[in-house]
Design a protein around this ligand. Sequence first.
Ligand code: HEC
Length: 210
Amino acid sequence: MIRQISIGSLSLCLSLHIGAHSPAPIKLEFSEDQLQEELQFSQSVSKQLASSLKQTLMDAIKHGGLSGGIEQCRIVAPNISARLQKQHPSKLISAGRTSLKIRNPNNQATPWQEIQLRDFDQSSSLGHKPAYRYRFVNLNGRYALEYMSPIPTQGLCLNCHGEQLSPEVLDTLKTLYPNDQAQGYRAGDIRGAFIIRSWLDESMNEKNRH
Ligand code: HEC
């Protein structure tokens, strides 16, 4: 089966930068298999990001306690994303995290991401396990897949994102993240999402270049 998707003004970032009118709608053509391949790539990057972050967090807490964990997380989280990008230089655009209540201001959700995060919360509050989301974006004339997968709050996370934080954690957070909003979570809440942006395979892009 061949899918055809019209892309209108999805290139929000691009049009904001150039300040121009939205590009004319363009069609992307691809098969179900191609789409699955693209999604699998995003899924595997998101899993790698999750496991590297968790491992780093646990090592840091073991060596430096929760404060040490916070400090490490601050330095290491962006580094892990950069390392993943280097591993897939021509494919991966970025791998990061976002949330409705952010700790690091650089993780602010875009309007589209905010809508998905609200949906994740809603579906989780109804007792469902929210599924991933994706959309196609046009970045400077090339097409990319933007993929979001929900991050549930686990027991470990409550030490730094929960309702009752230790004085030590509160102190460190106050110093490093004076505008922290990422507290008050309970186990099972959706803490945020991984955001993976990757270039679509050339064959999907080329069809649109005539
Ligand atoms: C030792 C403290 C600590 C623990 C435990 C912890 N985090 Fe965090 N978390 C942080 C810090 C610090 C940041 C900000 C990182 C940065 O500056 O990029 C953060 C950022 C995040 C973000 C990015 C969005 C934002 O708020 O900026 C998500 C999502 C997140 N954490 C999820 C989790 C999850 C899920 C767990 C449990 C598996 C967890 N965290 C455990 C300290 C912690």
